[in-house]
Design a protein around this ligand. Structure first.
Ligand code: C2E
Ligand code: CA
Ligand code: CA
Ligand code: CA
Length: 273
């Protein structure tokens, strides 16, 4: 009885310590992840609902930790942002994803997520241009996905960087639309090339009338601003039907394909093009 009591006590108090220690451990290991070849990129198709063809792929990062196994980017990206490691990792993702897209035998887009930390570095536009030159990817084929948090952190600086990036021919998508605070204001101040409706709305769309209404409202907004809308998180045929009915431009989700191996590594052309 005494033993189980002490186990109970141990469970709570050092639980916090344990979490903090785990985080420190990850932060430390992350510094070596690139050199140790533990990072991989998976690619998820984005499909045009107008032509029914794959229009591009989103690059999604994975970390295969030698002891803890597969770690989600939702867990390690925030750590990398805190330690500054995101700069090296983000640059690596961008370079690797652009190099991958160069190997495709068609001119689809490669979409790469950008951390707010990367966006707020003044030399981001040069870094992007250099990677395009290095890899030989046409700027028209690169799309950077940016969340609103990145813009809100320092609006003037973010918009200045985004304008320079756009001027180089790279396109910019607003990611996770609808989860931020001043989405309308941000959309108004910067000419995004795409709006990505956050997957939480679609995941709720079937159960709740309201979520469906929000999806419809974003589609109407995109239409009135002349910005194409992509819906994330399409998992079912009925979600797809809703999007097609409402005139959504593009979609992405498990229904079309989970994030997977690099397109250049698989025989994808026959089925998608
Ligand atoms: P995100 O940019 O919103 O990416 C979409 C997430 O939804 C991905 O999670 C994807 O695997 C998942 N997803 C796609 N289709 C479906 C679906 O039909 N249903 C559901 N439930 N989920 C779906 P993932 O790959 O775990 O990435 C999580 C987040 O980590 C990303 O969210 C993004 O914010 C961040 N991230 C991933 N790779 C990078 C990267 O290279 N750089 C940066 N800065 N962030 C990244
Ligand atoms: Ca994204
Ligand atoms: Ca998203
Ligand atoms: Ca997200």
């Amino acid at each position: 009885a005494k033993e189980s009591l002490s186990e109970n006590i141990c469970y709570y108090e050092p639980g916090m310590d344990e979490r903090a220690r785990h985080r420190r451990q990850l932060a430390n290991d992350l510094r070596h992840a690139l050199a140790r070849d533990e990072l991989r990129i998976l690619y998820q198709p984005q499909r045009s609902l107008k032509t029914n063809k794959v229009s591009g792929y989103e690059a999604l990062l994975r970390w295969h930790h030698p002891r803890f196994g597969l770690i989600s980017p939702a867990e390690f990206i925030p750590i990398a942002e805190q330690t500054g490691e995101i700069m090296r990792i983000g640059e690596w993702v961008l370079r690797a994803a652009c190099a991958e897209a160069v190997r495709w035998k068609w001119d689809g887009k490669i979409a790469v997520n950008l951390s707010p930390v990367q966006l707020l570095k003044p030399d981001l536009p040069e870094r992007v241009t250099n990677i395009l030159l290095e890899t030989g990817l046409s700027p028209r084929r690169l799309e950077l996905e940016i969340t609103e948090t990145a813009i809100i952190a320092d609006k003037a600086r973010a918009l200045h960087s985004l304008r320079r990036i756009k001027a180089s021919g790279v396109s910019v998508a607003m990611d996770d639309f609808g989860t931020g605070y001043s989405s309308l204001d941000t959309l108004h101040s910067f000419p995004f090339d795409k709006i990505k409706i956050d997957k939480s709305f679609l995941l709720r769309a079937e159960q709740s009338e309201q979520a469906g209404t929000i999806v419809r409202a974003v589609l109407a907004l995109g239409k009135s601003l002349g910005i194409p809308v992509l819906a994330e998180g399409v998992e079912t045929e009925s979600q797809l039907a809703l999007l097609v009915r409402e005139g959504c431009d593009e979609a992405q989700g498990y229904y079309f394909g989970k994030p997977g191996e690099a397109p250049s590594m698989i025989a994808y052309r026959a089925s998608f093009q």
